[in-house]
Design a protein around this ligand. Structure first.
Ligand code: NAD
Ligand code: TDX
Length: 370
């Protein structure tokens, strides 16, 4: 039985991971530790928190003393670090928070783990760090996909801060013998993704009849993975990955942005055309008046320093861990569109600000102090 400390567990991938782990390891204890920044949403994990083996603490990973106290108090043996500032565009307009959370926060977590786990008792432990393919930089059209030995070449403040955190994790293994693993994953999509990222942004903008902003020429390429496949990959790394190892996780599923936007338009249109109640709920969606969502596509200025192409070579994870993605893209996009149609309250409360008001009322605007 494991006792997990899941940082960033109220965010997109973290919340999916909390559900995945609770379902597949019902005897394990889970402590979700999350600062509930703009991207954190406690309602995403409410069902999992109803279990007596789950605890939620609002806190900042930069708060080493608090983390150290909780690791000891709850006899934690596994940290899974999802907590991060994760949006590239925000890192361009405001990099400070990325340096603080992604670098200083990961360092504070490592120090807390070192202090609790390497204190002479030799307690079995695992520090799993969740990272990104963006640390490897940008690929040309004919370059081979990123492998674990591809040199780091991060291009945005976001990817540079993630790269720095990866190096710290590596160094704590090499220098102190902390039992660490790192996974570098490609673009995720699925339920609970904050509506600033491309796919949920497009779904919601279509429903509200708003423009679909496509950066530059729309021909940038990403390798998309359904979030549940990422969660399974992380589970495999935690359970079977070698200490000190890095594993790339990806979907083997490269798409240009414009093709993704077209696919999302098509799926939303099909759903609305088939449902009078959706037409009533979303009168501004093009399909509700017999038009096509692709008319909302608007090419806008490119993201500064926009990486052209990412692609992951997940052969090491396949060979060593038996990892392979299970959800094909058509199915994953259909499931994702369906989730946003069935969970309008989740995203409408984010858009209208009522969710943030609720958090501030129930959790205080500054977080808990222990
Ligand atoms: P997200 O932005 O949806 O969620 C981040 C979570 O971390 C939020 O709940 C937020 O409240 C919390 N958080 C932020 N700062 C914190 C702090 N200082 N202390 C405690 N909690 C804090 O992010 P995501 O998309 O779920 O990404 C999770 C992790 O996976 C990140 O490390 C990201 O770099 C990595 N990743 C994401 C993707 C992707 O496609 N989304 C792909 C590869 C890797
Ligand atoms: O409105 C948009 N229009 C657009 O063309 C947005 C939000 C994005 N884009 C483009 C930029 C990217 O090429 O779509 C692509 C995907 O953009 P995002 O959803 O912002 O993701 P990306 O920048 O690729 O980064 C994501 O994947 C890797 C996550 O946000 C990172 O946390 C993860 O590490």
């Amino acid at each position: 039985m494991k006792r997990l400390f899941i940082t960033g567990g109220a965010g997109f991938i973290g919340a999916n991971f909390v559900h995945y782990w609770a379902e597949n390891h019902p005897g394990d204890f889970i402590l979700v530790f999350d600062a509930l920044t703009y991207a954190g949403n406690i309602s995403s994990i409410e069902p999992a928190l109803a279990d007596e083996r789950a605890v939620f603490v609002r806190g900042d990973i930069c708060n080493r003393e608090l983390v150290e106290f909780l690791l000891g108090e709850y006899a934690i043996d596994t940290i899974v670090n999802f907590a991060a500032e994760s949006h590239v565009d925000r890192s361009i307009t405001g990099p400070d928070a990325f340096i603080k959370t992604n670098i200083q926060g990961t360092h504070a977590l490592l120090e807390a783990a070192r202090s609790i786990w390497l204190n002479g008792h030799g307690m079995p432990h695992r520090f799993h760090h969740v990272s990104t393919d963006e640390v490897y930089g940008s690929l040309g059209p004919d370059d081979p996909p990123f492998s674990e030995t591809t040199p780091y070449a991060p291009n945005s403040p976001y990817s540079a801060s993630k790269a720095a955190s990866d190096h710290l994790v590596r160094a704590y293994h090499h220098t102190y013998g902390l039992d660490v693993t790192t996974s570098n994953c490609s673009n995720n999509y699925g339920p609970y993704q904050f509506p600033e990222k491309l796919i949920p942004l497009c779904i919601i903008n279509i429903l509200n009849g708003n423009p679909l902003p496509v950066y530059g020429d729309g021909l940038n390429i990403r390798d998309w993975l359904y979030v549940e496949d990422h969660c399974r990959g992380i589970e495999l790394v935690i359970n079977r990955g070698r200490a000190g190892s890095v594993y790339n996780i990806g979907g083997c599923n490269e798409w240009t942005n414009i093709d993704i936007v077209h696919l999302v338009c098509q799926e939303v249109d099909l759903a609305i055309e088939a449902s009078p109640s959706l037409r009533e709920s979303f009168p501004d969606a093009p399909a509700s008046r017999g038009a096509k969502s692709r008319e909302l596509i608007t090419f806008v200025s490119d993201r500064p320093g926009h990486d052209r192409r990412y692609a992951i070579d997940a052969e090491k994870a396949r060979r060593e861990l038996g990892y392979s993605p299970m959800t094909d893209f058509d199915k994953g996009i259909r499931l994702t569109v369906r989730w946003y149609l069935d969970n309008t309250r989740w995203w409408q409360e984010i858009l209208d600000g009522s969710y943030r008001d609720w958090i501030n009322r129930n959790y205080g605007s500054r977080g808990i102090e222990l």
